[in-house]
Write a protein of this length. Structure first.
Lengths: 506, 349
């Protein structure tokens, strides 16, 4: 094989007590797609930050085309042809696509902007790689998938030959992700070299030529995609064999939550349109759908943060009207929010405060908070749910995503709720944490909790749910038993095709 | 060079931060003093002497600290909940004029034991009302309260200016625009005879203690902090966002209004348009210097008052303009902001 376009040689980087990168080497050839696979905290992002000059390595070096790259200089990395697509886009929402792409490419002192040339160049690139986007659209008006395309275009506009994508699918829907990977393959075929960071086995297997597995800051394995398998990669990544739990058959109990023709209007738009569902004790009802089809409204309604505009909701057989968060929590409904950082936790507050925030009335008398009881409650959750990386008094922001999710699960499940509303409970978690979260949900089901599982992950729904309904454009399909579910059938349902009627996906 | 967020903030660092910041500010201001041609250490010694060198100066410093602590608390409690109340000055003046008006026109004959509490409450309520208007605009129409509270300062001061030149004008003041005086029974008791130091200081310090307790130990304290740090998360956890902000606004506006009431009832006895040399704005500085901690506000208020009173004395003794006090306080705020940054981040190369 020819000389690699990029070589990372023996890079080490230490942050305080943790060795984030321990003597890692990696090479990338022209036209190749390498996946950097690892759990959260394995050192993937640190390694890429070193490559891009954000961090200076303690030892080791980065070579591009055989030339050593000066450490800690993002400008030099850009000039050498490295382009970075960040997980959290580094774009300005108030500027147009063209302005975003050209920002930083022109001299500050130049009297005029070469807009015409810039536009022509941008359009040529977008044509060549099939990255369609309107150069005059305001960035803030674009969907997340389109914004990512702009981020990629920006890198290509800067003549990037080596493209690094940090968890590119974390923010994308399934369809957008598939489209992205088709583009990436096309780019590799045209001679670009790509590295993408991921912890999702499916996309790594389907897209990469070569897979490098990091664990605990170390390079633990390297495999051509054609010579490995998902189980092998999962084991390499976690360090032990992981199997996601699967529900065992059981007899569900009484109906605890029933919706009849329920409509929810948010911002003047009907996000849920006359939906029906029944949820029974000891069963998991899966709501599958491409995100943005009304899942948020459904979760908000049942979490007490959105009002019903029409229809009937029966909780334990009693009709309920407008639910407040307090009503929901005192009724014994546990809530796992879709966005654990924005909804589920106040990052700068202590773990114990986060543990009791939604049930302060249980931990206070005459308006005074019982700190001791709160700390004890948090400690119980930490012990019972195996939350690692923090004590009750430390800030919740310090927890990893998986541990934060375990804490959120814990504060809801520890009192044996009768209903659990779980919105995307395993999103963004690594394999080990996914298995732990799934185990907890199945455990709650075994104890008789009725679980409403809102998810866009087919595997997750098929493993956990007893019955499945698809959500499309704010409407719910009739339920099908899990035994009848197949990837194909669920795919059709998610596209809005179910027996008797056809809705249209948005 | 890069900044990385610190995972843990050592307690010693948090305590040392303001001390280092003030030391740095004094060092930088020392350069200016040297440029002005005076010996630096002697100048600082004279500031200390000017602030605490005599019974008169010490009581003056404490008297000066009183409104600064109250407006500092007003800013701290609001900023904690991310309610940007820049309107302390206007709330202070409205509290002051309310007290002068009520005492001179309605309840001046009441005995002190009744009149003083009644007036303090009225002053606080006046401040509250002036802040509830911008809060309502924010909650109802998402109007930025930074702009509305700031501009209401000018409205309030001009209204007060109009009142003391017309309906509330003191006819015995030789034509000066000055409000009628509050009744003698409305004046706060002195803490020390032959000084201006009055009960207001005790009120301010007690309120700081109460506020520290409320913020750390009560349901409201936790909820208002959650609302400030992450409104969306607070709503998900069932924190009544609007109600919490209304209570925060009542506390903040009330404290600023109280500062005006205390200044009139404790020191001046009447209202003029130079009642406050910018106490409302200085309160913001005091709150930031204290890192929004209520007990820290007491210390920061004392520090600011020390600089202002001390610089006057130093200026008389050494001929350095007393504006150096403004410079020192402003520098302290800057160094404090930088120091707070370093308690949260560390430098990495």
């Amino acid at each position: 094989m020819s000389t690699p376009v990029l070589q990372i040689e023996n890079v080490s980087k230490r942050f305080g007590q943790t060795l984030a990168n321990d003597n890692i080497s990696l090479s990338l050839h022209k036209g190749e797609i390498v996946a950097l696979l690892g759990e959260n905290g394995a050192g993937k992002t640190t390694l890429m930050s070193i490559l891009f000059g954000h961090y200076v390595p303690d030892s080791g070096r980065v070579m591009v085309d055989g030339q050593e790259l000066p450490a800690g200089r993002p400008r030099a990395a850009i000039r050498a042809g490295i382009g970075m697509v960040h997980q959290h886009f580094a774009l300005a929402p108030n500027l147009t696509v063209l302005e975003n792409v050209t920002t930083g490419t022109e001299s500050l002192w130049s009297p005029r902007s070469r807009r015409r040339e810039a536009r022509a160049k941008l359009l040529a690139i977008s044509e060549r790689f099939g990255l369609k986007v309107d150069p005059d659209a305001r960035l803030g008006d674009l969907s997340v998938g389109e914004q990512q395309r702009v981020e990629i275009l920006k890198a290509l506009y800067n003549e990037a030959r080596i493209l690094v994508l940090d968890e590119p699918t974390a923010v994308l829907t399934q369809i957008e992700a598939e489209r992205l990977f088709a583009t990436l393959k096309d780019m590799a075929a045209q001679g670009l070299s790509l590295i993408f960071i991921s912890h999702k086995l499916d996309e790594v297997m389907s897209t990469a030529d070569r897979i490098v597995v990091l664990r605990g800051g170390r390079h633990v394995a390297e495999r051509p995609a054609s010579e490995t398998s998902k189980p092998e990669l999962a084991e390499l990544m976690v360090g032990r064999a992981v199997t996601r739990p699967v529900r065992e058959p059981s007899e569900p109990g009484d109906v605890v939550l029933e919706a009849a023709a329920v409509t929810v209007r948010i911002g003047g738009v009907d996000r849920l349109k006359a939906v029906d569902f029944r949820l029974r004790a000891g069963e998991v009802l899966g709501i599958i759908g491409v995100s943005g089809n009304g899942q948020a409204a459904l979760a908000q309604l049942l979490s007490g943060t959105a009002a019903m505009a029409g229809g009937d909701l029966l909780l334990f057989g009693q009709p309920v009207g407008a639910l407040s968060v307090e009503d929901v929590v005192t009724a014994g409904i546990g809530r796992i929010p879709e966005d654990r950082n924005k909804d589920g936790a106040i990052g700068e507050m202590a773990i114990w405060e986060n543990a009791i925030l939604e049930r302060l009335s249980n931990f206070s008398r005459h308006g005074l908070v019982d700190r001791e009881a709160g700390m004890a409650f948090a400690q119980t959750i930490i012990d019972t749910f195996d939350v690692r990386g923090g004590s009750p008094a430390s800030r919740i922001r310090l927890l990893s995503g998986g541990n934060m999710q375990k804490l959120i699960l814990g504060r809801n499940l520890i009192d044996r709720p009768r209903v659990l509303i779980a919105a995307q409970p395993a999103r963004g978690l690594d394999e080990g944490a996914v298995a732990a979260v799934h185990e907890r949900i199945l455990d709650a089901r075994r104890q008789g909790t009725a679980v409403l599982l809102i998810s866009e992950d087919l595997d997750e729904v098929m493993a956990l749910a007893d019955r499945i309904q698809a959500i499309v454009g704010g409407r719910l399909s009739p339920p099908i038993p899990a035994q009848e579910a197949s990837t194909r059938k669920l795919g059709l349902m998610m596209a809005g095709e179910w027996e008797g009627e056809t809705a249209h996906a948005v | 060079m890069r900044f990385e967020r610190r995972e843990h903030r050592p307690v010693a660092l948090v305590i040392a931060t303001p001390l280092i910041a003030v030391a740095a500010a004094l060092a930088i201001a020392g350069i200016l003093i040297a440029i002005a041609g005076a010996p630096v250490f002697e100048a600082y010694w004279n500031i200390l002497k000017g602030a605490y060198g005599s019974r008169l100066s010490a009581t003056e410093t404490l008297t000066r600290a009183t409104p600064l602590i109250l407006t500092g608390l007003a800013a701290a409690v609001a900023f904690r909940a991310r309610l940007w109340n820049i309107g302390g000055e206007g709330q202070l003046y409205l509290g002051a004029i309310t007290v002068a008006w009520a005492s001179s026109h309605f309840i001046g004959t009441w005995p002190s034991a009744l009149q003083i509490p009644a007036l303090l409450i009225m002053g606080a309520v006046a401040g509250m009302i002036l802040l509830l208007v911008p809060l309502w605009l924010r909650l109802r129409f998402s109007v930025d309260e930074v702009v509305t509270t700031l501009l209401l300062n000018f409205v309030a001061v001009l209204v007060v200016s109009m009142l003391i030149d017309t309906v509330l004008k003191d006819p015995t003041a030789f034509g000066w625009p000055q409000s009628q005086s509050v009744a003698d029974a409305a004046m706060l008791p002195k803490l020390l005879a032959r000084s201006r130091l009055n009960l207001g200081l005790v009120i301010a310090v007690v309120l700081a203690l109460v506020l520290a307790f409320v913020q750390s130990r009560t349901v409201f304290g936790i909820q208002s902090r959650a609302a400030g740090l992450n409104p969306q998360g607070a709503v998900f956890a069932g924190v009544p966002l609007g109600r919490t902000l209304v209570v925060v606004a009542c506390l903040s506006g009330g404290l600023a209004g109280l500062a005006g009431a205390v200044e009139v009832m404790g020191v001046k006895g009447y209202v003029t348009t130079d009642l406050s040399p910018g106490y409302g704005y200085s309160g913001i500085v005091v709150a930031m210097l204290a890192n929004l901690n209520p007990l820290g506000v007491v210390v920061a208020g004392l520090f600011t008052a020390t600089m202002f009173v001390g610089a006057d004395g130093m200026s008389r003794a050494m001929g350095i303009p007393s504006y150096i006090a403004d410079v020192i306080v402003a520098l302290s705020l800057l160094t404090m902001l930088i120091a707070v940054f370093f308690t949260q981040y560390r430098i990495r190369r």
